[in-house]
Ligand binder design. Sequence first.
Ligand SMILES: Cc1cc2nc3c(=O)[nH]c(=O)nc-3n(C[C@H](O)[C@H](O)[C@H](O)COP(=O)(O)OP(=O)(O)OC[C@H]3O[C@@H](n4cnc5c(N)ncnc54)[C@H](O)[C@@H]3O)c2cc1C
Length: 417
Amino acid sequence: MQSYDLIVCGAGPAGAMAAATAARKGLKVALLEKCPLPRHKTCGGGTPMVMQDFLYNLVPEAFVESDVLYMRHTWNFADPFLGAINPSETDRRFSLWMVQRSLFDHALVHQAWQAGSQVFDGVAVRSVEVDADQVRVNAQIVKSNGGLSKGSEFTATARYLIGADGANGLTAKAANLRQHRTIALGMEVEFPHQWGTGHPDLRPDVLHLEYGAVQRGYAWVFPKADHLNVGAGIFSLRQGDIRSSHQAREALQKAIFTYLETLQLQYDPTRMKFHAHPLPTWCGREPLHTGDGRILLVGDAAGLINPLFGDGILPAVKSGTIAATCVAEGTTSTYSDRIHAEFASSFDAARRLANLFYQYPHFFYRYGVKYEKSTRLATRLIAGDIQFNNILGRTLLKVGKSMVQDLLPPWMGFVYR
Ligand SMILES: Cc1cc2nc3c(=O)[nH]c(=O)nc-3n(C[C@H](O)[C@H](O)[C@H](O)COP(=O)(O)OP(=O)(O)OC[C@H]3O[C@@H](n4cnc5c(N)ncnc54)[C@H](O)[C@@H]3O)c2cc1C
């Protein structure tokens, strides 16, 4: 049985980043991943360019497939509005990177390995036991690998465990954390595409967002090198779980088919490979480490998905870095507070906005999304350049004012102004 300073369960962006950070700080780290790597991850793969700050020596050219500068918004696939992320050349430049998760995540795992972590893929953690001074992880080999043969047991101990095992992981449950979750549902299809065919607005620097097709959610088309990631998600749910709802899945599929049709893309419905996956969105401050500070949750396992947009890659990377730093410094008892300081105020405000946005999407589309500065604002929010709590009041006032002005007769609008 091997013994480590830290075991990380799950090699998505949160786990890979945690392992890389801890190994760089001199800890003996094991990174366990149940899937053989590289693995598919159901995801749009859109992430802000500020991700670069976390990549150390990785060059974006290795995995960024498109650099998005515009968003084409629609309501019920009509009333299009093309918003620029950088409307003024003098402002700081932002963009959204489009990555393929299999490549991106693998690059991060490679970085963790280069930093000195031992990486075990095809190793599924089955249970976790906590003693007074260590955590024991029992796993099973699901793919023969080196000296490890399929079906055999793998047991290791460590002083700390980081649970980076995503939305369906077991560490949160094993640690008795995150009893109440808000689960959204996303679905995507990777649709082969040759640039220059289909609708003229299909361009590698434009992503598409549709707000009327899915109740309490939206649909998207994200440009990649040789395909489009076409997807839809249902967000802003009260506490509950829609993972097994057939109705929800049908609604998401229908939105995806309609998107393809309106973008003039030919498809064979029998050959479409849909992937669906839960999104555990932020549902308020809660403990994200055990009382003894031995188990810490990061990324989706910690429910760190933005409740308005559904993005979670950057929060995963940030939380993985913070957790590993706490482990290395011996300050794991401060972990939840540090995560709350980073995300809570902003995500609480995002949640309030999401509840309104998804209840009255048409109003927000007309009076908010189509506002000339909104596309840049959304990108800066995703990048963490500004916080939702700093814009919530102003945004609601702006939307309300525009609505009143629009509804009043012109002379009253003049008086009102
Ligand atoms: C349809 C969809 C679209 C999305 N689009 C975007 C987007 O465009 N931009 C964005 O920022 N976010 C997006 N997200 C959210 C994003 O995918 C997640 O927030 C992100 O992947 C979280 O990273 P993570 O490392 O916490 O978890 P994951 O990436 O889920 O990684 C967890 C890992 O743990 C492994 N694991 C699980 N159980 C075990 C076990 N028992 N033993 C060992 N390993 C285990 C899994 O195999 C997996 O590799 C989307 C999500 C969905 C569902």
